[in-house]
Design a protein around this ligand. Structure first.
Ligand SMILES: NC(=O)C1=CN([C@@H]2O[C@H](COP(=O)(O)OP(=O)(O)OC[C@H]3O[C@@H](n4cnc5c(N)ncnc54)[C@H](OP(=O)(O)O)[C@@H]3O)[C@@H](O)[C@H]2O)[C@@H](O)CC1
Ligand SMILES: Nc1ncnc2c1ncn2[C@@H]1O[C@H](COP(=O)(O)OP(=O)(O)O)[C@@H](O)[C@H]1O
Ligand SMILES: [K+]
Length: 512
């Protein structure tokens, strides 16, 4: 699903109004009716106090329409207009009048007003600011926002949490609604998925308001949200008359004394995702344990006992995964640099492989084109330098990936794969995966997919999705805390099956 900027959403809005020859208030009515139906289908008339806080723009206009519909269906409502500007939108004013015609008179909250009482049992509808926010809210509006956040009431935000701009970080982090649930119109917003701004959104859901599908289809987006519909077409079925050679020969290079497990996890994941053959290249100390732990994997060793000091692969691998557990010993760094000069296969580079590149940036030009680099945030910072915000980070990451013609997988709660100026935002995975070795598993999975012929960028997007899905399945039986990296590998098969499960059994859950 595409992720649009605020500007693109306004354009989609305009094109819909033009194409359908409707008035803007009809689109507002349609949008807010969807909000009402969402609430009504859950509350079914339950008498709970609903407090609606509405701004004076179109987000507030949505709130006005919603208030009218709730009142018409007998709900107990209290409506406030957060009167932060004299520049009220036309459709807000129209719907304020319609509400008054229904004999509902909102309270106007100004700078001088007392803050209203909100009980923890109330439902708050947050329609103060939408995507039109373009500066910090005034202090008194900020105080109201903090008051709502402190109320412990369930807060349902219309379109976006008020105070959260969609294309940048907030001006004031205290002046943002902490949403229990966001009903966002038509398309997801990038801020929901970034570490600094995603914290304001507990759960979110898209409300389809029928914006012009042709416009959405033909407009390029810088970011795309990756769910099952996006990954399914990437899947490459296995062929009846295939053999192990059809699915590539992966080589995983890494390990050092005390860190052979990383190679064990990566090779095992590589096999489990479907690589035809897998060879590990490790120091001698890794030989026995690897041969025992993963008998399907072939093992080559270097000349040293505890670390890698030269890399010789006596065949042309389909793909090379390098870096897990490899360490930063001087001889290892030289071996890594020399290997980069002679390797032709695309690579997956992780962990200390990335740290070697950060410390020796001249090596970056030797990284084969279309290789995949998989940094966690700290490794990314070493690679691209500091950033001032998540938005700045993404710009720098895009420039870095383009400069070296590589795929950059920025790992996190919502891993973002960067390639050719575009970002692909993953939706699977959970905090149970914040555990030692889960990145090693991902390295093996992406390598194993590339071995089978997935183009690098698809291997990264598909691999990240499948890895997260394996984590989600693992959590359902083990819980968050007990999930280990090896449990992810055990669930790769089920994750593949889950991809093809019938949609009617699907449970929509966007818990962050
Ligand atoms: N396109 C769609 O899909 C549909 C969208 N719809 C809805 O419209 C919403 C967007 O509405 P909107 O453009 O009127 O902006 P909104 O967020 O209500 O803000 C109002 C105005 O406040 C101002 N302002 C900004 N920051 C400020 C600040 N800190 N302190 C004080 N004032 C500030 C600024 O005006 P300015 O003062 O800059 O001229 C701004 O214009 C969208 O989120 C969705 O809910 C649906 O109805 C139908 C389909
Ligand atoms: N809170 C989280 N939610 C979803 N996925 C997570 C979370 N924390 C970590 N992960 C995933 O787990 C993996 C961790 O990788 P990494 O930090 O390299 O671990 P390690 O170095 O131990 O192998 C990444 O794929 C990341 O996206
Ligand atoms: K809002």
């Amino acid at each position: 699903m595409k992720i649009f900027t605020a500007h693109q959403i306004y354009e989609a809005d305009k094109s819909t109004i033009k194409k359908e020859q409707i008035k803007s208030d009809e689109l507002m009515e349609r949008a807010a009716t969807q909000l009402f139906e969402w609430i009504h289908s859950r509350l079914r008339g339950t008498q709970v106090n609903i407090q609606l806080f509405c701004g004076i723009g179109n987000n507030g206009g949505d709130g006005m329409v919603l208030a009218r519909k709730l009142q018409e269906h007998g709900y107990s409502i209290k409506v406030y207009v957060v009167n932060y500007s004299d520049k009220r939108s036309k459709d807000f004013l129209l719907n304020l009048e319609r509400l008054k015609e229904n004999k509902v008179w909102p309270d106007f909250i100004n700078k001088e007003s007392d803050l209203p009482q909100i009980s923890p049992n109330d439902i708050v509808v947050d329609a103060i600011f939408g995507i039109g926010l373009n500066r910090a809210p005034d202090a008194w509006v900020g105080n109201l926002i903090q008051h709502i956040n402190g109320s412990r009431a369930f807060v349902l935000s219309v379109d976006v949490p008020s105070g959260l701009p969609v294309d940048r970080n907030p001006w004031n982090k205290e002046y943002v609604i902490q949403s229990s649930y966001v009903l966002s119109f038509q398309l997801p917003k990038l801020v929901f998925f970034l570490p600094e701004t995603g914290v304001y959104v507990n759960q979110w859901e898209i409300v389809d308001i029928g914006l012009n599908p042709d416009f959405i289809a033909k407009t390029d987006a810088d970011f795309e949200l990756i769910g099952r519909p996006e990954v399914l077409p990437m899947y490459r079925p296995r062929l009846k008359f295939s053999h192990k050679g059809t699915y590539g020969h992966s080589v995983i290079i890494g390990g050092s004394y005390g860190k052979i497990g990383a190679v064990q996890l990566a090779t095992n994941a590589c096999l489990s995702v479907g690589s035809g053959l897998v060879t590990a290249f490790v120091p001698k100390c890794g030989y026995d344990s690897l041969q025992t732990a993963v008998p399907e994997v072939m093992v080559l060793t270097g000349s040293r006992e505890k670390g890698i000091s030269e890399i010789e692969i006596p065949f042309e691998p389909t793909v090379v995964g390098i870096g897990v557990g490899i360490g930063l010993d001087g001889d290892t760094v030289s071996a890594f640099g020399n290997f980069l000069k002679k390797v032709n296969s695309p690579m997956v580079i992780d962990a200390d492989g990335l740290n070697i590149l950060s410390q020796n940036p001249e090596m970056l030009t030797d990284v084969p084109g279309l290789s995949v680099l998989t940094p966690h945030p700290k490794e990314l910072q070493r690679l691209i330098g500091n950033w001032t915000s998540d938005f700045d980070k993404l710009e720098k990451a895009k420039a870095f990936a383009s400069k070296y013609n590589i795929v950059l997988v920025i790992k996190g709660a919502h891993t973002i794969t960067i390639y050719k100026g575009k970002g692909y935002v993953n939706t699977t995975g959970n905090p149970g995966m914040a555990t030692a070795g889960s990145g090693d598993v991902l390295t093996g999975m992406i390598a194993g997919l590339m071995a089978q012929g997935y183009p690098s960028v698809e291997a990264a997007i598909f691999g990240v999705y499948l890895h997260g899905l394996a984590g989600d399945l693992g959590v359902s039986s083990k819980g968050y805390e007990a999930l280990k990296a090896s449990s992810l590998i055990e669930n790769i098969g089920s994750a593949y099956s889950e991809l093809f499960r019938q949609p009617e059994m699907e449970q929509k859950d966007n818990t962050q």
